[in-house]
Design a protein around this ligand. Structure first.
Ligand SMILES: [Fe+2]
Ligand SMILES: [Fe+2]
Length: 160
C-alpha cells in the first residue's frame, strides 16, 4: 500500500490484518458451507433452495475477495488456516438431506453470526481506519439483507 494510505491507518496494522483475516476465513467457510448444502440437499423444494444457496455461496465468495484485496493492500497475506482463524465456524450439512428447514436454520445462524461480527468490527474501526471501516459496514449491510431474505424464504419450506 502507498505511504499515505498506510499513514492514515490510526491503529496497529497487525490487529487490522488479524480482524480482516478472521472475516476472510468466515466468508470462505460460509461460501463452502452453502456450496456443500446446495450439492447435498434433496426433496420436493430442493431445486428452488439449491438456486438460492448457490447464489448465496457466490455472494460470500465475493465478500472473501473484497477482504483479500484489503489484506493485500495493507501488506498482509490472506490466511489459509480457515477453521482456526474464523469466528463463526462451519456447520456440516444435516444427516437428513431432505431436512430443508434445518438447512435454512443453519444458514440463518451463519448470517446472524456475521451480522454480530461485522457490527462490532464496523464500530471498532470507525475512527481508526475509514477504508476498513467502510468494508465492514458494506458487508454488514449485505448480511442484514441476507438474513431478511432467508427469514422470508423460510415459511415457503416449513415442514409439512
Ligand atoms: Fe458474507
Ligand atoms: Fe451472508
Amino acid at each position: 500500500m502507498g505511504q499515505k494510505g498506510r499513514e492514515i491507518v490510526d491503529t496497529d496494522i497487525k490487529e487490522v490484518l488479524d480482524d480482516l483475516n478472521s472475516a476472510f476465513a468466515d466468508e470462505w467457510l460460509s461460501h463452502f458451507q452453502y456450496f456443500l448444502y446446495a450439492q447435498t440437499i434433496e426433496g420436493i423444494d430442493a431445486a428452488t433452495l439449491k438456486k438460492e444457496l448457490e447464489q448465496q455461496s457466490a455472494d460470500e465468495m465475493n465478500h472473501a475477495k473484497i477482504l483479500a484485496n484489503r489484506i493485500i493492500q495493507l501488506g498482509g497475506i490472506p490466511t489459509t488456516n480457515l477453521i482456526e482463524t474464523s469466528t463463526c465456524g462451519f456447520s456440516p450439512p444435516p444427516k437428513d438431506r431432505a431436512d430443508l428447514v434445518k438447512i435454512v436454520e443453519l444458514v440463518l445462524e451463519g448470517e446472524r453470526c456475521a451480522i454480530e461480527k461485522y457490527n462490532g468490527l464496523a464500530k471498532k474501526y470507525h475512527m481508526k481506519d475509514l477504508v476498513t471501516h467502510e468494508i465492514f459496514e458494506d458487508l454488514l449491510s449485505d448480511e442484514v439483507s441476507d438474513e431478511e431474505d432467508w427469514e422470508n424464504f423460510l415459511p415457503s419450506i416449513q415442514r409439512k
